[in-house]
Design a protein around this ligand. Structure first.
Ligand SMILES: [Zn+2]
Length: 271
C-alpha cells in the first residue's frame, strides 16, 4: 500500500542502527569506506575503496528493493581479486561464517537452506568458521544488509529476524557478500527497464543510478534475485521500474537464485 511504501522508505532512511556497523562507508562513500579499514597491503586497501555497504529492506520491502550507495556495479570491479573469496587448491571457494545465537533453529534451517543452493549449483562453500581471519558474521540486526565482496576480517551480514530470514533474502544478501550488486543498475539496463524518476523521492534516486558495470557477458536478468521490484522506493504507489517493452514481466523476485545468478557466480569464481 501507499502507506507501507512511504513508511518503509522513512524507516530505512532514518535507520541509524542498521547503518551503524559500516556507517563510514554508508554515509561518506567509497573513500571513507576504504580509509575506514586497516590493511597492511596497499593493493588490498585500493580494492576496498570499491567496497560498499548495501542496506536492503526489511518487512514489507523485502520484495520491493534495497538501499544502495551511488556507485554500483553488477559485479564488483576488483582488479587484483582481493575483494573476492579465495579458491582452495581443490577448486572450491570457502566462505567461512558464524551464525549468531539470536537465531532460532528454524532460522538456522532457512539460512542453511539458502547456502545449500550455492553449494549444489556453484563452487562456493559456506563453511563454519574455525580460525579464518576473513569471515561472514550472520546476525539479526536492524534490516537486511551486507557489504559487497570480501572485506577482510569479520563482516556482518544482517538478516533481521523481523523480516529478513527467508530463503531468497538470505541468498540475496549472501550474493552481495560474494561480490554482486543489483541488476537494475547495469550499463545496458535502459534497453530492458524504464526508470520512472517522477515516482521516486529525490533523496532515493541514487538507488537507481546506472553504472558502468561488469556484466560477465551474461544477459540482463529480470528474474535475478538481485533485481529491484517494480515499486521499490515509490513515493506514490506507482511503478518506479517498468520492464520494456512488456511492462507485465515480473521483476524483483526473492524466491531463489535465478539460473543466470548461478551462472554469474560460476563465471566470477571460475568454478
Ligand atoms: Zn540488495
Amino acid at each position: 500500500t501507499l502507506k507501507q511504501h512511504g513508511a518503509h522508505s522513512l524507516s530505512l532512511h532514518s535507520s541509524p542502527a542498521a547503518a551503524r556497523p559500516l556507517a563510514g562507508c554508508a554515509s561518506h562513500g567509497d573513500s571513507a569506506c576504504g580509509h575506514h579499514k586497516k590493511h597492511s597491503d596497499n593493493q588490498q586497501r585500493s580494492d576496498n575503496l570499491l567496497i560498499l555497504l548495501i542496506l536492503d529492506g526489511s518487512r514489507e520491502l523485502l520484495v520491493e528493493g534495497d538501499i544502495v550507495l551511488p556507485r554500483t556495479r553488477n559485479a564488483l570491479v576488483c582488479p587484483s581479486n582481493n575483494c573476492f573469496w579465495k579458491k582452495s587448491s581443490n577448486g572450491l571457494v570457502l566462505v567461512p561464517f558464524t551464525v549468531s545465537n539470536d537465531f532460532s533453529s528454524s532460522d538456522r534451517s532457512v539460512i542453511a537452506g539458502a547456502m545449500a543452493t550455492f553449494h549444489s549449483k556453484t563452487c562456493i562453500r559456506f563453511v563454519s568458521r574455525t580460525f579464518e581471519a576473513d569471515y561472514l558474521s550472520i546476525q539479526s540486526r536492524d534490516g537486511c544488509y551486507s557489504a559487497v565482496g570480501r572485506q577482510g576480517g569479520v563482516q556482518v551480514v544482517s538478516l533481521s529476524r523481523n523480516g529478513c530470514v527467508y530463503h531468497g533474502i538470505a541468498q540475496h544478501e549472501l550474493n552481495h557478500a560474494l561480490g554482486f550488486y543489483h541488476e537494475h543498475t547495469r550499463s545496458d539496463r535502459d534497453r530492458y527497464v524504464r526508470i520512472n524518476w517522477a515516482n521516486i523521492s529525490p533523496t532515493m534516486q541514487y538507488n537507481f543510478n546506472k553504472e558502468n558495470t561488469n556484466n560477465l557477458n551474461t544477459p540482463y536478468d529480470y528474474s535475478s534475485v538481485m533485481h529491484y521490484g517494480k515499486t521499490a522506493f515509490s513515493i506514490n504507489g506507482q511503478d518506479t521500474i517498468t520492464p520494456i517493452p512488456d511492462p507485465s514481466v515480473p521483476i524483483g523476485q526473492r524466491v531463489d537464485l535465478s539460473a543466470i545468478d548461478i551462472k554469474r557466480i560460476n563465471i566470477l569464481y571460475n568454478c
